[in-house]
Design a protein around this ligand. Sequence first.
Ligand code: ACO
Length: 329
Amino acid sequence: MKAAITATAKYLPDSILSNRDLEKMLDTTDEWIVTRTGISERRILRDPEKATSYMCGEIARQLLEKRKIDASEIELIIVATMTPDMLFPSTACLTQGIIGAVNAWAFDLNAACSGFVFALNTAARFIESGVHKKVMVIGADKMSSILDFTDRSTAILFGDGGGGVILEPADEDGFGLLDSRLYSDGKTGQEHLLMPAGGSLHPASHETIDKKMHYIHQDGRQVFKSAVISMADVAEEIMKRNNLQADDIAYLVPHQANQRIISATAERMGVDQSKVISNVSRFGNTTAGTIPICLAELDEQGKLHHGSNLILVSFGAGYTWGGIYLKWQ
Ligand code: ACO
């Protein structure tokens, strides 16, 4: 038994932060940001009372509406995020509370930008084993909560938002999540992309705040190099394992970090740019949110058809990376 996506949804805050706005805050230009990243604007969740669980709640409500089911039918909720409302309780539990999914169990999964791919793969195992019939998988991040808006090398890259899906047993053989390859490299990854404080190693203190240790720190060049290689490698591996030619693929849905990383992945796969989903110019990098947002947009536009072959690929902090092959039901 395979797991198939039966509903998609997304949430993006209304407030736009454009490159022009950033020009007023930082020593940067629209031209530099567009050329290096492809990003023109991103969304920011400005209400200080609202955090990642708010976005997850909005996504979850839409998913239930679209699937026309009651919250009580959801058996498991997995939220992929690296910006939980708080360390505990989990944002998945908060989401469960918001929608009243009284029969579900819920947990967060942190694989940074690969969070949704890791969570979708995890959720699929519960469906395939017959343990659960309706699982909600959400990827969402309020990146503005961990961005240093005086650091031009990171502040320009990220935005707030998220998306999600409902996963159920596929109706027919040969449809749904057909293959996946997931990887981590904690040795190389940890020094290049991290938020140093806020955990048990460096709990919050005057010193951690003074040293700006509660923000994203990254070596952009190193991350860029690893992202290009790993995303292209895993995409190629998934194609080979499943005897897929470029023409067989309806859409490549890559993590949205940087247009140059997206294009390099597509090039290696030999997939025409028209089949490569990119909304990084409008939303920036929403971390665990990027892939489910892309899926929801494709779905809204009526572009997902019975039998469409999709390849999802991601790369993020850890390092973590992975690919999923799914045939749309
Ligand atoms: N505006 C103007 N100049 C800038 C800016 C900015 N916003 N940021 C950096 N610069 C300057 C640098 O100071 C540097 O100047 P110098 O040569 O005088 O030292 C110059 O521009 C070039 O900097 P680089 O870091 O070499 O620029 P690069 O071409 O590598 O682009 C970028 C930087 C966009 C961060 C790129 O490395 C990148 O996209 N890396 C991937 C990072 C990423 O996406 N991480 C997200 C998490 S992981 C993931 O999702 C894949």
